[in-house]
Design a protein around this ligand. Structure first.
Ligand code: NAD
Length: 289
């Protein structure tokens, strides 16, 4: 692939919106062909404004592909026992086949404990540790959506990951580690790195794929990237723009890296929309299983 790279034209763009639209079209067809209802149940606790807006938008996104959306609510004063009790109740209902809990939860309610209660076969965000374990073992499992999004985008380039070296920058439980495991499952040689990794630019520069998932604005610059490499930017960072207004940037310095890379995903419009599409796919998988 590196041989095909043309420094004059720069990297090809991995258009997350277009890729996600193709996924959604296939999901619409799958749902229609199944003749069965597909539904996502989501639990929203408290009155966090951003979470409320996210939930409203999620309902619209589901409707667009033919997924019914049922939002369950608990008040801001809900305790851990209240939230846990509702999750267990939803787990027990046969009509609930795809379940997620919106974050943040009120202070004092441990999100990880709550997530670990979601039935693994209904856990469409892949946040129950049992599902991460299943990913490691290569069992059929609901994989965290952002990791799935990265893999789909890498595979859309046509690269054969077997024998390729990949550098995953960032190793959080819900993003970096699952991405590294999915790449390992594709028989790539994977470097899982973190803020303590020495001389990270030199390591990344030896790799055919770089996935940036560290939450550090524009950390990955041109000297991190081997000519022709696939660069996937997971970061979503809000920083002050030149005119003082907030702008969203990734963990990759897009303008600097584009001339060197073979493929690059933009922020916004890259991994973000694909992550939403992967959640919808997990919902359909869970519902039609
Ligand atoms: P996190 O803070 O939980 O983990 C960050 C990881 O990056 C850690 O392993 C840390 O050691 C590593 N790191 C930090 N600074 C580093 C450095 N200078 N060099 C190398 N490694 C470094 O973050 P997270 O939840 O994994 O999220 C990472 C980024 O991805 C954030 O920008 C977040 O907003 C974004 N994100 C995007 C999506 C999406 O759908 N696109 C979903 C989840 C998170």
């Amino acid at each position: 692939m590196a041989a095909e790279h043309d420094q004059n034209t720069g990297a090809r763009i991995l258009d997350g919106k277009a890729l996600s639209e193709a996924v959604r079209a296939r999901l619409r067809e799958r749902i229609a062909a199944s003749g069965r209802p597909v539904r996502l149940d989501a639990l929203l606790v408290g009155d966090d404004r951003a979470a409320g807006i996210y939930a409203t938008n999620q309902g619209k996104t589901c409707a667009e592909v033919g997924i019914e959306y049922v939002l369950h609510r608990l008040p801001a004063g809900a305790t851990y026992d209240d939230v846990a009790g509702r999750v267990l109740l939803l787990n027990s209902e046969d009509s609930v086949r795809a379940l997620m809990v919106h974050l943040p939860l009120p202070g004092g309610v441990d999100a990880e404990r709550v997530q670990s209660l979601i039935s693994p076969e209904k856990d469409v965000e892949g946040v129950n540790p049992a599902n991460i374990g299943n990913v490691v073992y290569g069992r059929r499992s609901l994989v965290p959506c952002t990791a799935l999004a990265c893999l789909e985008m890498i595979e859309s380039t046509g690269i054969d990951l077997r024998g390729r070296r990949c550098c995953v920058v960032g190793a959080s439980n819900i993003v970096g580690k699952p991405i590294a495991v999915l790449l390992m499952r594709a028989d790539a040689t994977v470097h899982s790195t973190n803020k303590f990794t020495p001389d990270l630019p030199a390591l990344a520069r030896e790799c055919d794929v770089v996935v940036a998932a560290c939450g550090v604005p524009r950390l990955v610059t041109r000297d991190w990237v081997k000519p022709g490499a696939v660069v996937i930017d997971v970061g979503i960072n809000r920083i002050d723009g030149p005119d003082g207004r907030k702008v969203t940037v990734g963990d990759v310095d897009f303008e600097a890296v584009r001339p060197a890379a073979g493929w690059i995903s933009p922020v916004p419009g890259g991994v973000g929309p694909m992550t939403v599409a992967m959640l919808l796919r997990n919902v359909v998988d869970a519902a039609l299983r």
